[in-house]
Write a protein that binds this ligand. Sequence first.
Ligand code: F6R
Length: 369
Amino acid sequence: EKGGYDTFMEKEINDQPHAVGDTLLGRTDAEGRLVLDELRIDEDKLKQVDRITIVACGTAAYAGMVAKYAIEHWTRIPVEVSLAHEFRYCDPIVSERTLVVSISQSGETADTAMAVRHARSLGALTVSVCNTHGATIPRESDAVLYTHAGPEIAVASTKAFLAQITACYVLGLYLAQLRGQTYADDAKAVMAELHEVPAKIEALLGTMGRVEEIARFMADTRSVLFLGRNVGYPIAMEGALKLKELAYIHAEGFAAGELKHGPIALIEPGQPVFIVVPGPDTPNDLHKKVVSNIQEIRARGARTLVIAQEGDDEVLPFADEVIRVPHTSPLLQPLLTVVPLQVFALHLSTAKGLDVDQPRNLAKSVTVE
Ligand code: F6R
């Protein structure tokens, strides 16, 4: 049942090309246009949406943060991401033109279910992005967009995360297409690029030997920091969460631009820092800005573990380790950059002799508030 792997988590990390591929399957017609009849929501209602609120917890909320960048860029509809347990009690601004998108692997997370119920009672249109057929949250939502990651057994979420991000891209592109306004990128071109991602994940998974080695050497590490910018920011948060839950190591993710506003004080000689570097083609010189962040922390003695696109040589002078990911366009990069961070957490946990599939104090689905 573990498909020849030692743990469910390792199997599920290796399932990720399928999780992404299957979530894309059947969602376009022969011309490459998005078709989401499965939503069964009146198109006029969707066209009138003037605000999107994503509600989710933990890893699913980080998928929501990635989605925010993409959906806002493609549709120009304002998107807010709210932790489900905060949303419910913050007197949220919701109208019948608000689309509340919940993201939940299990579909049973109590905090998220309560947020959806609350949103509906306020008149919002609710769509559930969910990995479990017929679960509570999809049942209680106006519409559902299933992720097709297959059952996720390990407590720490991996393949469901990639599938959630993929489904949110599909939803964002569909909304853009529906409104006749792909403000930025052409939806068909993005879909074509998304279809190439599973093979890129597969190739990336084949190069994780060095990441495993780095993790094994770090079994005694007490703190790891993660930096990212734009869509790399939620990936830094996710990398830190994986390490906390699996290896019980203090870990924190930051937006790279925040460094000089405080966190850089944490940098001392030997402090390991992962940096998720945006591709060199990312708008607004973000690549250069993150490279100069690496330089700044390296000058203060940090041990820099750099996740950079193939061919990006500007990071080399400041990197203690370079972990390469294949090229894809800037908004789609999270589907690749998160993979080495998952693999790192898996092997660090294993090196410490811990149970990767069943971390202490955690349950696979949190069905109490
Ligand atoms: C992290 C993890 C949790 C879940 C969160 C939401 O690895 O598994 O943070 O992502 O509890 O769970 P779902 O998606 O089932 O609502």
